[in-house]
Every structure is written in structure tokens, then in C-alpha cells.
Design a protein around this ligand. Structure first.
Ligand SMILES: [Zn+2]
Length: 461
């Protein structure tokens, strides 16, 4: 770097006005390059492409399941309101959600059910749409007013930094020659993977989004400005009254075998198995705080059987969301080999943004399935029921003395939904393993008799 330029940059570091003026010049040129030098009154944006399901794929490592994804965003910039519809095609269903946000009300709508619930702060909803086009990012940078700063050069890019509507800081990289937006970067705290750098890269009408360097979305966008938007677009269905969270409860299925229902939220259950001098939990659902609460509850109820091990039926994020809480309390995860790297990434993730201390020691123990834990009081066998369509590595917990099997996402007891391929694969796995349980418990749904599963066997959908 030339000495005068270095001196100039150092001067910027201490001179907010110089830094702002330089950034504003770069921003103005970029707004001209993206044809938003006169801010439009409305923006209509549609996006389509695929989302990579990093934590909801059959595998815990690439290649991940790619789900087709579509969005439409109607933004009234003057009136400060927006309507944002998203549609993701999963193998079994299409998830459709719409957010309608005005300065005074935010509604999160389930388009399948037609119901609406309160959708958080307007500022956050508004900020979350910014990465969806370069124009929206540039308008947000302009709206930051005196908060805009020049942060130097990075290769061919000029780097601007500014706070968005809800205070989250955005780093914008603008090509020094074409004045077009190249990348947007920001930080978020992920409950499982800790400090995450999000990055979106722009090329023509293409957006590639990465999370800690891994591609998570590839989208194409179409944008129109100053289009008329019908008033009805900003009207949401009446909000449902917020339901009280269901209480966590211990249900003793057999001696030393409890189903802990509604762990952290409704219809998410864990299994607790008590041995002579310790206990084992299957399915770390909930959140880190839920784990702390549950560990306290277990030590109050069963002071001579501290929780030593935890196991998960499969790696999906909603089934292992409490893992860090268990790791922090010194509980060890029993993991099949193929998922060990995934769980180690969770155990070793740094959570600087959230302000959580690193996990001490190696809390992931690789085990070969079947893995049997037994003493005079109880017996638990972790078995592989995979591969299944839902997850390739699929563990079930078998309690031979109680005649109970516990599973996650293979079968929802007590509902009449048509059998999925995974349910048939589960039934076939029980046959292959030579297991005839009396009852089937699960991470979701009711405890049912084995006949209930048999009833699901005849026709796959
Ligand atoms: Zn799952």
C-alpha cells in the first residue's frame, strides 16, 4: 500500500465525516449504476431457485437436499409496509408463509391454514428483506443516513458499512469500476452453529447465498419499481390469540422409563431412561435453556441418577436444538460414526455473538450401533433403523424389558395421516431387527400400540 493512501485510510478511521462523505460518494454512484438514484415509491420483487437444506436433509453432510423455493415481495417504501410470501417445496408438502408488516402490526400467516400470528418487530422484518436485491441494500444504506461509513478496499471492491433498520450492521462490497454491488455480508448468532457469517453475492439477476462459506441458496430475481400495489395486499387475517406454551410433563411409561412431553415447545418429546447410578436422555429437543431446565428437573426428581448421556434419533436441527445446553452441563452425546463430524461442529462452534462460553472437553462419543446400555435396573439398546427417506442415519431406542420403541419422525402416533415411505421403512427395520414392541413412543405424537403401526403398513402414498 502506498504511504499517502495508508495515511488517508488512517485519517478516515478517526474522522467520521471524511469516512461518511467517501462512502456516500460510492453509494451515490452505485445507486446510479443500479437505477435507484431516484428512490422508487414501491418495489415488486420475485425470486425463484433452490434452498440447500443444511440441517433438514437426509444426510448430515453434502450433498444436501435442495428444495425449490419461490418468493414475492411487495414493498411500499413510502408507506413503510410490505407483503412477503415464501413457498418451499419439500418432498412431502409445500410450506407457504406470508408476512404482512406495517409500522403498527406484523402478521405471520400460514397460507395453508389461513391463520395469522404476531410476527415480531417491523424493523427486523423490514431488514430481513434487504439482501434480496442490490437496490434494497443500497436504499437501506441511504436510509442509514450519517450511520454510513467507508471501510476501505478489499481487492476490486470498495467496502461500506452501515446499520440497518433494526441495528444489525451490514457490510456492502461494491465493484470500484462498475459501481455495482458484488457482495453483502453480515453476522448472525445461530443457536446450534454459533457465530455465522452470511454472504450474498450478486451477478446480474443471480443471487448466491452462503452461510459460513457453504452455499445455502441459489436464486434468480426479477424487480420492478413504482408498480401500483393493491391496498388489500397489506391487510392480514385477524391474529390468533397467542396460545400458552404447553407444560412439560413426566409420563412414566414403565419402571425407570419416562416420556418427557412438550420439552421447550408443544409436541416435542424426549425419553428418559433411569439406570442404577445414572440416566440417559434420548432426543435433545428444545433449546439450550430447556436443557438446563430439564437437567435441574432430573436432578431434583432423581438425585442418585444424574444425566450422563444423551442420544438423538437423527441429526435434524429441531431434534438436537438443545445439544449445547447438555454439552455445557458435561453430558456426553452418543453418536453414530456418520454423524460425529456434524455433532462435533455443534460442540466446538464458537458463540461469541451470543456471549456463550466454549464447551469444555470432547462431548461427542462415537458408538457403533447396536449400542447397549444395561444394568440390573434397566436396559436400553440404540439401534440403526436406517437408511430411511427422512434421514439416512436413523437411530431408534429399544427398551427390551419394557417392550417400548422410541423413534423420531418415522411415525406420528395418534394421527391418521397417510403413511410415508419412512414409516414403511421403520416397520421393515423392526422386522429386520427382530423387534416386536408392545408400544411405540416418539418425539412427536402419542404413545400407541404396535398394531397402530401395522395399520399404516398396507399402501404407501
Ligand atoms: Zn427430522
Amino acid at each position: 500500500m502506498h504511504a499517502p493512501l495508508l495515511v488517508l485510510l488512517l485519517a478516515f478511521a478517526g474522522d467520521p465525516l471524511e469516512s461518511f462523505r467517501r462512502a456516500r460518494g460510492i453509494l451515490d454512484r452505485a445507486m446510479t449504476a443500479h437505477a435507484v438514484s431516484v428512490p422508487p415509491s414501491t418495489i415488486a420483487l420475485s425470486l425463484h431457485g433452490t434452498i440447500e437444506q443444511l440441517t433438514q436433509s437426509p444426510r448430515s453432510e453434502p450433498p444436501f437436499l435442495q428444495t425449490p423455493h419461490r418468493e414475492t415481495l411487495l414493498l411500499d417504501l413510502k408507506g413503510q409496509r410490505l407483503r412477503h410470501s415464501r413457498e418451499t417445496e419439500w418432498p412431502y408438502f409445500t410450506m407457504k408463509r406470508t408476512t404482512v408488516a406495517t409500522r403498527t402490526a406484523v402478521a405471520d400467516i400460514d397460507d395453508t391454514l389461513g391463520t395469522a400470528s404476531a410476527g415480531g418487530r417491523f424493523e427486523t422484518v423490514r431488514r430481513r428483506v434487504n439482501w434480496r436485491s442490490p437496490a434494497l441494500l443500497l436504499l437501506a444504506a441511504r436510509d442509514a443516513g450519517a450511520g454510513l461509513r467507508y471501510a476501505g478496499r478489499d481487492g476490486a471492491a470498495e467496502v461500506l458499512v452501515f446499520p440497518q433498520e433494526d441495528g444489525q450492521v451490514m457490510t456492502l462490497m461494491i465493484d470500484a469500476r462498475s459501481h455495482r454491488v458484488l457482495h453483502a455480508r453480515w453476522l448472525e448468532a445461530d443457536p446450534l452453529f454459533g457465530d455465522v457469517v452470511w454472504e450474498t453475492s450478486y451477478s446480474g439477476d443471480r443471487i448466491v447465498q452462503r452461510s459460513n462459506g457453504v452455499v445455502v441458496a441459489t436464486l434468480t430475481f426479477t424487480q420492478r419499481s413504482d408498480v401500483p400495489i393493491e391496498e388489500a395486499s397489506f391487510v392480514a387475517p385477524a391474529l390468533q390469540p397467542a396460545a400458552a406454551p404447553p407444560a412439560m410433563s413426566f409420563d412414566e411409561l414403565a419402571a425407570g422409563v419416562m416420556l418427557i412431553r412438550n420439552v421447550g415447545r408443544g409436541d416435542y418429546h424426549s425419553l428418559l431412561v433411569l439406570f442404577g447410578d445414572h440416566s440417559v436422555l434420548v432426543e435433545p429437543v428444545g433449546a439450550a435453556a430447556t436443557a438446563r431446565q430439564l437437567i435441574a428437573e432430573i436432578s431434583a426428581r432423581f438425585p442418585r441418577q444424574p444425566l450422563r448421556f444423551v442420544a438423538a434419533t437423527h441429526h435434524h436441527d429441531d431434534h438436537v436444538a438443545a445439544l449445547r445446553g447438555y454439552f455445557a452441563a458435561g453430558v456426553t452425546l452418543l453418536s453414530p460414526r456418520s454423524n460425529a463430524a456434524y455433532f462435533r461442529a455443534i460442540a466446538t462452534a464458537r458463540h461469541t455473538i451470543a456471549g456463550a462460553a466454549p464447551i469444555a472437553g470432547d462431548r461427542v462419543r462415537e458408538v457403533a450401533l447396536p449400542h447397549r446400555i444395561a444394568d440390573a435396573t434397566n436396559e436400553l439398546v440404540l439401534l440403526s433403523a436406517g437408511p430411511t427417506e427422512h434421514a439416512e442415519e436413523m437411530t431408534i431406542a429399544w427398551l427390551p424389558r419394557a417392550g417400548i420403541v422410541f423413534q423420531g419422525d418415522l411415525f406420528r402416533g395418534g394421527t391418521m395421516e397417510a403413511p410415508r415411505k419412512s414409516t414403511l421403512q421403520f416397520a421393515a427395520a423392526l422386522e429386520r431387527l427382530g423387534i416386536t414392541p408392545q408400544r411405540i413412543a416418539g418425539a412427536h405424537g402419542e404413545v400407541v400400540s404396535f398394531d397402530a403401526l401395522r395399520g399404516e403398513r398396507p399402501q404407501p402414498r
